[in-house]
Design a protein around this ligand. Structure first.
Ligand code: BG6
Ligand code: MG
Ligand code: MG
Length: 220
């Protein structure tokens, strides 16, 4: 039976995927590296260092380790400026009701975000209290698409992976959920998230009945 739901943060609980994009775009522009929304799909769900490497792959220059450190710092400073404006009304559509519904049914909840900024964003959104576990991104050995982050969340919750459902907006994240042998819901474009059990264009369509239904049809 469905016992736990594990949420990605950026692009699932709130629209910070847009802020990550904006902050990387500014860095790319400064460095004269081509960058757009289509290429940004590859960065979604991926940790800060790997995201930078994906961006710099498109440059004909090589950069030193010290320069890379500065770039990551600059991107993160810009990102932190952007997330300062986050308030509870910035929860994506349907998320507030979904969290309430799951809590009322006694379903356990965790956040599995690659972002070191995740705990602060949950506080700004006012939803920290809903989650039994928040995986510490700094403690991970392998990033998404490796299943480690989802397996750690399940372990911390004390729920077997087969009784968990994960929700992701990134292709790397959906692959991580599937690799953990959990049921996967994708939020976004079915072309990008085809590996999920079901894909919905928006979080506004999510509710408890639909999650239970997706779990039941996928998990047998
Ligand atoms: C993920 C985002 O949640 O966190 C990625 O989808 C981001 O875009 C990653 O690179 C790391 O975030 P941060 O805040 O630690 O740089
Ligand atoms: Mg995401
Ligand atoms: Mg994430």
């Amino acid at each position: 039976a469905l016992e736990a739901v594990i949420f990605d943060l950026d692009g699932v609980l709130t629209d910070t995927a847009e802020f990550h994009y904006e902050a990387w775009l500014e860095l790319a522009n400064e460095l004269g590296i081509p960058f757009d929304k289509a290429y940004n799909e590859n960065l979604k769900g991926v940790d800060r260092r790997t995201s930078l490497e994906l961006l710099l792959q498109r440059s004909d220059r090589r950069y030193s380790e010290a320069e890379k450190e500065r770039f990551m710092q600059r991107k993160n400073e810009r990102y932190r400026e952007l997330i300062r404006r986050i308030r509870p009304e910035h929860l994506l559509p349907g998320i507030g009701e979904l969290l309430e519904g799951l809590k009322a049914r006694g379903i356990r909840m965790a956040v599995a975000s690659a972002s070191r900024n995740a705990p602060a964003i949950l506080v700004s959104l006012g939803i920290t209290g809903y989650f039994d576990e928040i995986v510490d991104a700094g403690m991970l050995e392998r990033g998404k698409p490796d299943p480690e982050i989802f397996l750690r969340a399940a372990e911390a919750l004390g729920v077997p992976p087969r009784n968990c459902l994960g929700i992701e907006d990134a292709s790397s994240g959906v692959d991580a959920i599937r690799g953990a042998n959990m049921v996967a819901i994708g939020i976004g474009d079915p072309g990008t998230l085809g590996n999920a059990h079901r894909v919905f264009p928006s979080t506004g369509m999510l509710n408890l009945a639909l999650l239970s239904d997706t779990y039941r049809s996928a998990a047998n």
